[in-house]
Design a protein around this ligand. Sequence first.
Ligand SMILES: [Zn+2]
Length: 242
Amino acid sequence: MAVKYATEAFVFKKEDRMDADRIFSVFTRDFGRLEIFGKAIRHINSKLRGGLELFSFSEIEFIQGKNKKILTDALLQKRYGALAKEPEKFAVANAIARVLGDFIKGQEVDPGIWDFIADIFEKLQDPATNSKLLYYYFFWNFISLLGYRPELANCVACRQALNPASLYFSYAGGGIACNMCAAHDKTATKVNADTVKILRLMVKQEWGMLLKLKVSPPSKKMLKAISDSYYHYLNDNAHYAN
Ligand SMILES: [Zn+2]
C-alpha cells in the first residue's frame, strides 16, 4: 500500500484537466511547494469536492503516485472565497499567487513564508484594508523572507549616509544608492524620499502605520514602478535554491 502523507496546504493555483481532474499548486506547511493531482475532483459525487479551493487553507492527505502526487483527502480549514466577489481584492490575491508561483519553485519548507501567507490573507479579507498597498507590503516582505531584503538605510554600494534629495533604487545592488554610486549603475533609477519611507515602513512590517499614511499619486506610481521592475529583475536574474 502506498504511503500517505498529511499536511496543511494553501492553494494558490488550480488548473482543470480532462475527466473532471484538477491540478492544484499548493504551498504546504511540511513539504514546501507541491503540485497535487485531484482525480475526478470536479465530479459531482467526488468526496474531495469542496475540500480544496483557490485561496484557501486545507488539511490534505496525498500519496506519491508513479509520476504525480495524488490527493486522497482534503478538509477545508479556512476559506477566503468571498475575495472572488470583490474584484480589487481578487486581483490582489491573483497577483500574490503569481509572485508565489514565480518565486517558490520547489519543496523548500519555510515556516516564515507559511505564517506570512496566512497573515497576508487575513489582512486582505479585512474590510478596512488597503488592498493595493497590501500587495506591495506582501511583495517587499516576501522577497525579504527569500533573502532579498532591500538595503534602505545607507547607500547599498558605498555604505555612506543617504541624501534624501538624491536617492536611487539599484536593482542590481538590491537597495538605495547615492547619486555617486548610481552614476555607475545601469540598473539605478531615481526615487523620491516618500517612496523610500514607504519601503522602510513595509519591511519593518508597520502595517497599521501604512494604513494611516497618505500616499501622494506620484509616490503611488513610483512604488508600483519600482516594485514591478524589481520583481522582473529578480525573476530574470536571481538564482533560487531549487
Ligand atoms: Zn554610494
